[in-house]
Design a protein around this ligand. Structure first.
Ligand code: CP3
Length: 352
């Protein structure tokens, strides 16, 4: 009797042997795909996220086009905050109507009850699961509490998120209270996603790299630990993506997650040495490399694979989200190259 084969993506998350290095692409559902743009020309982004039939369709679009090893739920990191009553628009980045700056506003934020406040997200997951091609697993996600704080306090996308960072120094206790609330809300949100069928859970910490190491530990990482502590019981792999995190890898090495997502600025070999054998890594091709010639793109992808090394526990990805200007043909070439280069190679270690 043979058990059904574990999908390569889930095996790699658990640092088990894989038939090939799995690959998916951050922001793989979106504006670089003509089929997304076509749907989006008729429907607002928000409606796409709120209508389970459309969210499911958009989630599946990239998996129909490319041999991707995982799907990621089509939604946004701000969607659960809307469920908590935060009014915002996507223009196209999130713009919050009343940025959060006072203790009274923090106290007034309600706890998130996913089944009541964002039922459409859970319904989307239930619709996607039976329709995934090739047994590809579905990744559920949320924003890291500090990254959410950045948008809530600044009110809009920003290069430096100065208002958010000065808030940490000016009102540290209030910042901690806000982060605790967001951490608990994201625990409830991600638990509900797993219960609805998400097979891995990822926290996007897009703006962690703005913080000094001590502030990263005190604010961002403390809140992440709080969120993750509530997720172990789900039994699904946990992924923490830290953008611009090269100076923070030591700090995250003892975080209780399975996978660390790495941006393109640090070589994966060095990152793996810091993280140690207990963590898988996800990444980390520069999204700009998709603009190289076909031969050069392969060379850059091969460098990422070499850096990841022969040990199990590498999920190929970009170091940050794919750019809207990217040619889908380059994505196809990348996915096929990663599969061809790693199939039947030394990665087929003794089954664990
Ligand atoms: O394919 C996927 O990865 C799933 C969908 C997804 C979206 N946003 C859809 C989206 C995911 C995982 C996100 C996460 C997200 N959202 C992050 C973390 C990842 C990262 O890139 O750092 C952040 C910081 C946001 C906030 C956000 N939402 C921004 C900055 C923007 C605007 C511009 C952009 O980068 O696309 C959005 C809007 C948004 N979220 C779009 C999409 C497809 C564009 C909306 C449109 O069609 O107009």
């Amino acid at each position: 009797m043979t058990a059904p084969e574990t999908p390569a993506f889930l095996a790699a998350c658990r640092r088990q042997s894989v038939p090939h290095t799995p690959i998916w692409i951050m922001r793989q559902a979106g504006r670089y795909l003509p089929e997304y743009r076509q749907l989006r020309s008729k429907v607002s982004f928000e409606e796409l996220t709120r209508r389970p039939d459309l969210a499911a369709e958009v989630t599946l679009q990239p998996l129909r086009r490319f041999e991707l090893d995982a799907a990621i739920l089509f939604s946004d990191i701000m969607t659960p905050l809307q469920g908590m009553g935060v009014e915002l628009e996507f223009a196209p980045g999130p713009v919050v109507r009343q940025p959060i700056r006072t203790e009274a506003q923090i106290d007034a934020l309600p706890q998130l009850v996913p089944e009541r406040d964002v039922p459409f997200v859970l319904e989307s997951i239930r619709l996607i699961r039976p329709n995934l091609p090739r047994g590809a697993p579905l990744i559920g996600f949320a924003g890291g509490p500090f990254t959410l704080l950045c948008y809530l306090v600044c009110g809009k996308p920003s290069k430096e998120f100065g208002a958010a960072r000065s808030f940490l120094y000016a009102q540290p206790e209030a910042a901690e209270r806000l982060l605790d609330k967001l951490a608990d809300a994201m625990t409830a949100y991600l638990r509900a996603q797993a219960a609805a069928g998400a097979q891995a859970l990822m926290l996007f910490e897009s703006w962690a790299g703005l913080l000094a190491p001590r502030e990263f530990e005190r604010f961002a990482l403390r809140a992440v630990r709080r969120t993750m502590a509530g997720l172990r019981g789900t039994g699904v792999p946990l992924i923490y993506y830290v953008n611009q995190g090269s100076a923070l890898m030591e700090s995250v090495s003892d975080l209780d997650v399975d996978v660390i997502g790495v941006d393109w600025r640090s070589p994966l070999g060095a990152v793996r040495r810091i993280l140690g054998p207990g963590k898988a890594v996800q990444g980390n091709l520069d999204p700009a490399a998709l603009f190289a010639s076909s031969a050069e793109l392969k060379r850059h992808a091969a460098t990422v694979l070499e850096q990841a090394g022969p040990l199990p526990g590498h999920i190929f990805n970009l170091g940050h989200g794919i750019w809207p200007e990217t040619d889908p043909a380059a994505v196809a070439r990348l996915v096929d190259f990663v599969h061809e280069r790693t199939s039947g190679s030394g990665l087929r270690k003794a089954a664990s």
